[in-house]
Design a protein around this ligand. Structure first.
Ligand SMILES: [Zn+2]
Length: 189
């Protein structure tokens, strides 16, 4: 099981606050990078409340993140191949002028939420897990996810930008933990 780096741990925070390096394109298909990606997917699949995970959050200062399969399924209304749920060396190449204030949380600032101003639409360019360059244009929840995750690659956490930061109630946290237990049980079946 992966350990998720936490912002309240000074050693972890150093990694979270580092500007990550670009992945060398020819190393994308290497065993090393592919196993890191696989471990991150294994983690995200048992999280009831998480949409995405970036490499620095698991202690790797490289520029990539993954998005959970469930999010894609609900947003795109179709199955997306797993290699396309990996975003390597992502760059925002276009954004709308229009912004919106959206609620956000983060595995590395566990149980806290806050409202962050994000561009409504973004277009990003990124390599997928096969090393193919893809362009994504989105104005949905995915746009918010892309901006949150790219911030991670630049050492930025949502709490740096958020207003109305608050902690979830004990009941809400317990509910998520119980859901997670069920997901783990189902996975091990
Ligand atoms: Zn995060």
């Amino acid at each position: 099981m992966l350990r998720i780096y936490q912002n309240n741990n000074p050693e972890d925070d150093k990694v979270l606050r580092t500007i990550s390096k670009e992945v060398e394109i020819e190393t994308i298909i290497s065993e090393d990078i592919q196993s890191k990606i696989k471990n991150m997917f294994d983690f995200i699949e048992i999280q009831p409340d998480g949409a995405a995970l970036s490499a620095p959050q698991v202690g790797i200062n490289l520029r990539f993140f993954i998005v959970s399969k469930n999010i894609f399924k609900s947003l795109m209304k179709k199955e997306i191949p797993r290699e396309d749920m990996v975003f390597i060396n992502p760059k925002i190449i276009k954004n709308s002028k229009k912004t919106q204030l959206l609620e956000e949380g983060c595995f590395s600032v566990r149980w806290y939420y806050g409202d962050v101003e994000r561009f409504k639409n973004v277009t990003i360019e990124a390599y997928n897990a096969k090393g193919e360059k893809k362009t994504w244009n989105t104005g949905s929840y995915l746009s918010q996810i892309f901006q949150h995750e790219i911030d991670h690659l630049d050492g930025i956490l949502f709490i740096d930008k958020a207003v109305n930061i608050h902690k979830m109630s004990d009941e809400e946290i317990l509910e998520i933990k119980n859901l997670q237990k069920k997901l783990i049980e189902n996975k091990n079946k």
